[in-house]
Design a protein around this ligand. Structure first.
Ligand code: FES
Length: 134
């Protein structure tokens, strides 16, 4: 876990320069948002997703980052870090994907208006389409 501070309004979080987050690595910021966020560096670009698998409520930061995809450690669902979309079952919807910017050399993540390209829930698997395990 890494500490972050807010910037401007409460929805913006300064993560620091993240110069030590190298290409192909991810890092959890557990104190941001309801479930924390997972921040990934792929080819020098920084991406941020909610750190919570849409299938059964598991931290994606404990999974594997390969290319543009992060795989859930529990049942193997894959999510595209560029837009939060899922790659197929057992997940049936994506995860929130957050805007990332560099401000004065520091990475800032905005939790306002997250997006996902496939956030349609079919209602399977429990309340609001998600199993609660943590
Ligand atoms: S909890 Fe992530 S795939 Fe099942």
């Amino acid at each position: 876990m890494t500490k972050a501070s807010t910037h401007g309004d409460a929805s913006n979080h300064v993560l620091g320069p993240l110069e030590d987050l190298v290409d192909g690595e991810s890092r959890a910021f557990e104190e941001i948002g309801e479930y924390g966020i997972v921040v990934c560096n792929v080819q020098g670009e920084i991406y941020a997703l909610e750190d919570n698998c849409s299938h059964a409520d598991t931290p994606l930061s404990e999974g594997q980052l390969r290319g543009w995809h992060i795989t859930c450690p529990l049942h193997g669902a894959s999510f595209d870090i560029r837009d939060g979309s899922h790659g197929g079952p057992p997940a049936w919807e994506g995860v929130p994907c957050y805007k990332v910017a560099r401000v004065d050399g520091e990475v800032v993540v905005s939790l306002e208006a997250p997006h996902s390209t496939d956030d349609v829930s079919n209602g399977l698997g429990g309340v609001d389409g998600m199993f609660e395990t943590r």
